[in-house]
Structures are given as structure tokens and as C-alpha cells.
Write a protein that binds this ligand. Structure first.
Ligand code: CU
Ligand code: ZN
Length: 175
């Protein structure tokens, strides 16, 4: 009987834990080629139980196999004019452009991503720098995501000299 109660308690606590840890998708973006308007990838955002938001980013650009692209969040969620309408890097903390997790960087400075022999890459980034709360300066909803065809040098201000805008998406809320 004692064992039975113990197992019941363990079972219940694991159910509660798994609910609490469940990642909820809160936003997403389809990335399209600025040249052809065809999909080249996606970003999915999940609210984590520790308060961070996690982005799962996938890129598929066979024409860019075995090269790097550079990814940033840009200010405006408008991919018109070959991505130029997204304007500059989203910068809610008024920091300098830089490498992710360095001393100073924009909150969407994802940086360089290595594509494999098929032009594919998947990365995950989790951070307290993002939110999906209305009125929050960290809110990522409605921002643009730009894929650049060059290499982010992490130094040149305010862009990293990352090259042409080859892909673009808009971050939308998932209800
Ligand atoms: Cu950029
Ligand atoms: Zn930047």
C-alpha cells in the first residue's frame, strides 16, 4: 500500500512537471527569398517555462550550399522593396551591433549561420531579450527577419556589413 501511494505521487508529480515545462508556440515567421518570393525557411518561437523565448530557425537554400548567411531581426515587418522596407536592425536596448552573447549586440543579432552541402541549417536560440507581451519594448511580434547573403563581421556599425538582403520574413503571433 505504501508503495502504491508513492508511485501515485510520483506519477502525479511527473504529469504536473510535464505540463509546466510544455513549450508553447507563440510566434512564427515564414522566410521568403527576396528574389523569387519562394520559401527559404522558417522561424518558430516558443515561450519557455523559465521566461525565455526560444527560436527554432531553419533555412533551406540549396543555391547557397556550403556557405554562410547572416540573420538579424530588423525594425519593421514589411518585406517590400527586396527587404529594404524592414529598415535597420531592431535595437530595443540601444546597444551597438555585435556578436550574439558578446558584451554588446542588438537583440536580433543572430549572426552568421553555416549552411551544409544541401544549403540546410537548423539552429535554436533561447533568450530573455524577447517577449510577446503587448507594450513590451522587447516584443518581437511584427518585426522583420532578414537573411543576408554576406558575412556579418560583428564590428561594422550598425549592420555588420552583412551583404545583400536575400531572404525576409515577418514575425507573427500564434494564437
Ligand atoms: Cu540585417
Ligand atoms: Zn545588429
Amino acid at each position: 500500500m505504501k508503495n502504491y501511494i508513492l508511485y501515485l505521487a510520483l506519477g502525479l508529480s511527473s504529469v504536473l512537471t510535464s505540463c509546466a515545462n510544455k513549450e508553447r508556440e507563440v510566434a512564427s515567421s515564414v522566410l521568403n527569398s527576396t528574389a523569387t518570393n519562394q520559401p527559404i525557411g522558417s522561424a518558430k518561437f516558443f515561450q519557455l517555462s523559465d521566461g525565455k523565448i526560444k527560436m527554432d530557425l531553419e533555412i533551406n537554400m540549396p543555391e547557397r550550399a556550403d556557405s554562410t548567411v547572416a540573420v538579424h531581426f530588423h525594425e519593421h515587418g514589411d518585406c517590400g522593396n527586396m527587404g529594404e522596407n524592414t529598415h535597420g536592425h531592431w535595437n530595443p536596448t540601444a546597444e551597438a551591433h555585435g556578436k550574439w552573447d558578446s558584451d554588446t549586440y542588438h537583440s536580433g543579432d543572430i549572426g552568421n549561420i553555416q549552411l551544409d552541402g544541401k544549403g540546410h541549417a537548423e539552429i535554436s536560440v533561447s533568450t530573455f531579450r524577447w517577449s510577446v507581451a503587448d507594450g513590451d519594448v522587447k516584443n518581437i511580434i511584427g518585426r522583420g527577419i532578414i537573411v543576408h547573403g554576406g558575412t556579418d563581421d560583428y564590428v561594422t556599425q550598425p549592420t555588420g556589413n552583412s551583404g545583400p538582403r536575400i531572404g525576409c520574413g515577418v514575425i507573427s503571433a500564434v494564437k
